[in-house]
Design a binder for this molecule. Structure first.
Ligand code: ZN
Length: 417
């Protein structure tokens, strides 16, 4: 019976995708020691088509770090040969990408409708935003803060008990299309808030005293594209004249050292910063909303994956913020909360020094607007599944992350500014 259920769910799952397959594709992990090996990675990236999973592009690879990248089937042998010949320490992180693409839909829930423990298509998420607001009129309200390049509505959920002059925490998900666990978290978080309000003391107190603004999917066009055409899509879907390459990296598009470092001015790059700062309609909508509500927004949280990191400003340069000590202590405490549940290990610190510099990110921008508590989460895992985290990990991933957000919420309430 169980086998039958799995077969049914896998059968349904593969129907989500339009014939895209990853037969023979692999994800490599290479340990980079020095500048010479950094250079070799550039050589490799010029020779073959490489999809960088970590860091986001070849230009961000640094000595004494690891890089994960996906290689097309017909170039696997060439890559293996190159790595061997040049003496680069490597392993195959994912042997059978095609299998993982199918296995990400491993939830045993049979419902074909919206489910918190499954990855939901944009259509289901969109309907859910309306439904959760309608079912919880005293706690949740829905608004539209703009439209995407392709004309979809950017929904924002306000979660909290009615009251005046309440402080707020802004949380967004789904910046990068292929990071599916991220929108799953935003949905889970809203459900957890309405489910436990009135029974769980902490959540009740938090929602009585502050509001959450939750943007369930920021890069909706990209998310839709990752469902219908290309699972590994990352950027927006905007087009500009003069190139056939599509999309801007939304997390390089903000006014925070825009395009200065860790970003590309080439429209074909995965870290393309866009033709101008805030060129993306999605960026503009978010920026306008936050600017309008700067008086109330005390914390900004943006949810990405993968790597199990909790980052705070700056990423745009190596400078430490004036709030560094406080942010570092707060991040440490949030990580401790998160780890307590399933012993999931997180690393924390300022973006530039903890991973690599990358300008134009939303967390740096929010911080520079005066939102002191500004964080980027990189959720599970550390590379075994990467962007293809199975649905069976949605629950534990979201549960542990909620603990960190709860800690942050209480901290904000105790440290209003
Ligand atoms: Zn991301």
């Amino acid at each position: 019976m169980l086998t039958l259920l799995i077969l049914i769910s896998v059968g349904l799952a593969s129907a989500h995708h339009s014939g895209e397959h990853f037969e023979g594709e692999k994800v490599f992990r290479v340990s980079i020691q020095d500048e010479k090996q950094v250079h070799l990675m550039h050589v490799l990236a010029n020779q073959v088509e490489v999809d960088f999973w970590k860091p986001d592009s070849v230009s961000q690879i640094r000595p004494e770090s690891k890089t994960d990248f996906r290689v097309k089937a017909h170039q696997v042998d060439e890559v293996e040969h190159f790595l061997e010949e040049k003496g680069l320490t490597h392993e195959v992180l994912i042997h059978d990408l095609n299998k993982l693409v199918t296995n990400q839909f491993d939830s045993l829930i049979r419902s074909s409708g919206h489910s918190y423990e499954k990855y939901n298509s944009w259509e289901k998420i969109e309907a859910w935003t309306g439904q959760i607001a309608a079912e919880n009129p005293k706690l949740v309200s829905r608004s539209v803060i703009g439209t995407t390049f392709e004309g979809r509505s950017l929904y924002l959920l306000k979660v909290g008990k009615a009251g005046s002059n309440k402080p707020a925490i802004f949380i967004d998900c789904g910046f990068h299309a292929r990071e599916w666990i991220s929108p799953a978290f935003c949905q889970w978080f809203v459900r957890e808030a309405v489910r436990t309000y009135g029974t769980e003391i902490q959540i009740t107190n938090i929602l009585d005293k502050l509001d959450f603004y939750v943007l369930p999917v920021f890069n909706i066009d990209g998310y839709v594209y990752s469902w219908t055409k290309s699972r590994m899509w990352r950027k927006t879907r905007s087009t500009i004249s003069g190139t056939s390459c599509v999309g801007t990296d939304p997390n390089r598009n903000f006014d925070a050292g825009w395009c200065e470092i860790g970003a590309s001015s080439s429209p074909c790059a995965e870290t393309y910063c866009g033709p101008t700062v805030e060129s993306e309609k999605e960026t503009k909508a978010l920026v306008n909303f936050i600017r309008k509500n700067l008086n109330s927004i005390k914390a900004y949280v943006t949810i990405h994956s993968y790597s199990q990191l909790l980052l705070f400003p700056y990423s745009k340069n190596y400078a430490l913020t004036k709030d560094h000590v406080e942010l570092n202590n707060l991040a440490k405490a949030m990580v401790k909360e998160l780890e307590a549940l399933y012993n999931t290990k997180y690393t924390y610190g300022p973006g530039a020094t903890t991973i690599y510099p990358a300008a134009g990110g939303s967390d740096d921008w929010a911080y520079d607007q005066g939102i002191k508590y500004s964080f980027t989460f990189e959720l599970r895992d550390t590379g075994r599944y990467g962007f293809l985290l199975p649905e069976s990990q949605i629950r534990p991933t979201c549960e542990e992350t909620v603990l960190a957000i709860k800690y942050l919420s209480n901290y904000v309430l105790e440290h209003l500014y």
